[in-house]
Write a protein that binds this ligand. Structure first.
Ligand SMILES: [Fe+2]
Length: 140
């Protein structure tokens, strides 16, 4: 996997596909934004510009999780609560690190924010989202 080497982009591969077009589309969009953020941070972009991307990622995460949660409810997914809990944790942790970074944009805060976002997101898609689709397919 091409994932969390902290100093390179996350390379999109078919490994990320879970087989539901609208969710796949949003996953890809999110990873592209995470890469854009990474490039801007490496290029020492202006803090206001970085804040714009951070806010956009936050909004996209919220919207994406809501879409996925509706999908799970619609499919009567048995592990809905656990999966939603993971979404909430991811969003909370990202929000905290984002706020820390905006208040105090040090290299350490940047790295922990990026690491949290990249690792959580990639692992979530590759394990929890895939498991969800497999379980839903198995009972339908
Ligand atoms: Fe998910």
């Amino acid at each position: 996997m091409t994932v969390s080497t902290p100093d390179s982009d996350i390379l999109w591969t078919d490994d990320f596909l879970i087989g539901i077009d609208e969710l796949d589309f949003e996953h890809r969009q999110l990873l592209e934004d995470v890469n854009k953020l990474h490039q801007d941070l490496l290029a020492h972009a202006d803090l206001e510009r970085v804040k714009t991307i951070l806010g956009r990622i936050h909004a996209r995460l919220q919207a994406h999780f809501a879409l996925e949660e509706n999908f799970m409810l619609d499919k009567l997914y048995a592990d809905y609560a656990t999966h939603k809990d993971e979404h909430d944790q991811l969003l909370n942790e990202y929000t905290q690190r984002m706020v820390n970074y905006e208040k105090d944009p040090t290299l350490d805060n940047r790295k922990s924010m990026e690491l949290t976002l990249r690792t959580w997101l990639v692992e979530h898609i590759l394990s929890n989202d895939k498991k969800m689709i497999q379980m839903i397919k198995a009972v339908s």
